[in-house]
Structures are given as structure tokens and as C-alpha cells.
Design a protein around this ligand. Structure first.
Ligand code: PEP
Ligand code: MN
Length: 342
């Protein structure tokens, strides 16, 4: 359930509510919106004496939440969530553009991409250091060295770094190098990892599992939020269907459905959905038209020779064209497109 606090309630009234919850071993998650303070209540509500909250002067109303996710539900923050990672706002009017290679292969490779991406409004550099590959014999990533390369290159261009972490054991080390942890599709229901990312407090981009329903995916977000980390973006990256023409099927419907179900910002990854470079731009445009808050796109200086996901990576030139079209689409949906960093 959530408790909607009376407008203008003072600190004492709010603490009174939290005290009752804590005395009953319930956890209070406070969300301070522009107009309303909302308290998400997690735990066994049957402990509460009936009426014990209703009598408190700071309580306006108590709303039960039927979904298994509470903090991730739209009711917890009806006005939507936007947050800053350094100077980049996620979930605001301005779209967030993230781009970079599938995997970090060398400093020269990342440099060749980043140097061109900055002029296209990209604010977040992506690159896999720990690669979750289907085959144990495929390139597994440069791991620690990959993270260091990303950080060095990103710092040269004033970019943020997003990179996937596949084990809770790597979070502490990685926190020295990245700004946003990516949880990949294959780990979307790795609940220990989700909880550890929640405890870390590091902003997180949570990809949708390959066969995860939207409600299950929101359950994954709830794992992170229940540990007190509210800085989450949901990332639709395609789901597995019977269709084989594309690598996955981009679930465009997930964008408006999520907008109704959750307050969290939504990013779309057309690269992993498409699996083929020629479909990335149309899917990117569809995502923005549907209301996505940003895009993450794979770009490689020489896609044909990429060590992973060669077929879907764009050249920097193709990315520049895509960026131009996204800019035009942004105007139509009344969003703004980011200015290149100086
Ligand atoms: C990636 O972004 O590098 C990746 C492996 O994506 P996904 O987890 O969506 O397959
Ligand atoms: Mn990839």
C-alpha cells in the first residue's frame, strides 16, 4: 500500500506515520513529489492494528497496491521520475542518447567511436567489458581493463559511462569506473545481483529479460528499489518470439504500457532487438514516437570486424544519420534532442 500524506503536513506529522510503520516492522519508502509526499509501505501489513494509520493527522489517504511491485508502480510517483547522473538528466524532456561499441576491444576502437559520438549529442558512452556470451568460447570481454578504457575515453569527451556488470562481486571495483550499471537481459532475474545493485545506490539501466513479461520486469526493478536505489531506467531490448527475421522482437507496446504502469524512465535498445544494422534506425524512430526517454545504440568503427554483434553495429556515419532523424522525430513528439557536449 501507499500512504498519501496531507499537503502541508509538517515533519512531526510525517514522522508519526513512519514511527507507526517502523514499530510494526514495516519499511517506509518516502517519495517526495512536486505536490505530494507519498510513503510506500513494504512488509506484512497484517501486523498493523486496523485504523492505526487512518487516525494520524498527516494521513490523507491509504491506497492499496494490488501489483506485486509497489515502489516501481506509477502510484508511488504519479508525476514520473527523472534523475540526474552527474550533469545528465534521465527522464526529463530532453532525450538521453547512449552509444558505443558492443564490446570494448581496445582504447583506439573506443576512441574512434567516442570522438565522433560527441558531435551527435551522445551523453553516455556504452561498451561491454564483461560480455555475457552464449558460447564460452566467444570473446568474453576485456573485463577490468575494458572498464578503465571506457573511463579514460569518456573523460576525454565529458561523457558518462554505462557498462554491464554480470556479478555482484564486480560492483565495488566497477564503481570506480562507471556511472551507470547495466543489468543485461540474461541477468534480468538474477535477484542477488539486482539486490546488490540496489544496495550499491549506483544508477542502473535494467534491461528486459529475453522472456520476461512486463510485470515480471517491474518485479526485477522492485528488487533494486526495495534496497533504496530509485535511480533506475527500464530498457526494452526485444523479446523472444517465433519471428526469426530479427534477432528479437522489439516490443514497442512495452513503452506506452510501462508509462502507465511505472514512473521509471524508459530507454529502448533497437540494436539488440534488430540484430541487423539496417533495422536499427526505423526501430529507434518508432521508440521515440512511442514515448521512450532515450536510446542506447551500438556503434563500431569497423562493424564487419567487430568481436561481437558485428551484424547490428552501426558505423559512426550511419549513427550520425540516425541522430539527425531522431532529432526530427523529437520535435514531433515535443521532446528536445541533446546539444553536443562542447
Ligand atoms: C549489451 O547491451 O551489451 C547486451 C549484451 O545486451 P542484452 O543484455 O540486451 O542482450
Ligand atoms: Mn551487443
Amino acid at each position: 500500500m501507499i500512504i498519501v500524506v496531507k499537503p502541508g503536513a509538517n515533519d512531526t506529522q510525517v514522522h508519526e506515520i513512519i514511527d507507526v510503520l517502523e514499530k510494526n516492522e514495516l519499511k517506509a519508502h518516502v517519495s517526495e513529489g512536486a505536490e505530494r509526499l507519498i510513503i510506500g509501505v513494504i512488509g506484512d501489513k497484517s501486523r498493523l492494528t486496523p485504523g492505526s494509520l487512518e487516525v494520524l493527522s498527516g494521513v490523507e489517504k491509504i491506497v492499496p497496491i494490488m501489483e506485486s511491485y509497489k515502489l516501481a508502480s506509477r502510484q508511488f510517483r504519479p508525476e514520473g521520475t527523472s534523475f540526474n547522473v552527474k550533469d545528465v538528466t534521465i527522464g526529463g524532456k530532453e532525450l538521453v542518447m547512449m552509444a558505443g561499441p558492443c564490446a570494448v576491444e581496445s582504447e583506439e576502437q573506443v576512441e574512434a567511436v567516442a570522438s565522433k559520438m560527441v558531435a551527435c549529442g551522445v551523453k553516455v558512452l556504452r561498451g561491454g567489458a564483461y560480455k555475457p556470451r552464449t558460447s564460452p568460447y566467444a570473446f568474453q570481454g576485456l573485463e577490468k581493463e575494458g572498464l578503465k578504457i571506457l573511463r579514460r575515453v569518456a573523460d576525454r569527451y565529458g561523457l558518462l559511462v554505462v557498462s554491464e556488470i554480470t556479478s555482484e562481486n564486480d560492483i565495488e571495483y566497477a564503481s570506480n569506473y562507471l556511472d551507470i550499471i547495466q543489468i543485461g537481459a540474461r541477468n534480468a532475474q538474477n535477484f542477488r545481483l539486482l539486490s546488490a545493485v540496489g544496495k550499491s545506490g549506483i544508477p542502473c539501466m535494467l534491461k528486459r529479460g529475453i522472456a520476461e513479461t512486463i510485470d515480471e520486469w517491474l518485479g526485477s526493478a522492485e528488487y533494486i528499489m526495495s534496497e533504496g536505489n530509485y535511480h533506475i531506467m527500464m530498457c526494452e531490448r526485444g523479446i523472444r518470439t517465433f519471428e526469426t527475421a530479427t534477432r528479437s522482437t522489439l516490443d514497442i507496446s512495452a513503452v506506452p504500457v510501462l508509462k502507465g504502469k511505472t514512473h521509471l524512465p524508459i530507454i529502448v535498445d533497437p540494436s539488440h532487438a534488430a540484430g541487423k544494422a539496417q533495422y536499427v534506425e526505423p526501430l529507434a524512430l518508432a521508440a521515440i514516437a512511442a514515448g521512450a526517454d532515450g536510446l542506447i545504440i551500438e556503434v563500431h568503427p569497423d562493424p564487419k570486424h567487430a568481436l561481437s554483434d558485428a551484424a547490428q553495429q552501426l558505423t559512426p556515419e550511419a549513427y550520425a544519420e540516425l541522430a539527425q532523424r531522431v532529432k526530427e522525430m523529437a520535435v514531433i513528439v515535443k521532446r528536445s534532442y541533446p546539444q553536443p557536449v562542447a
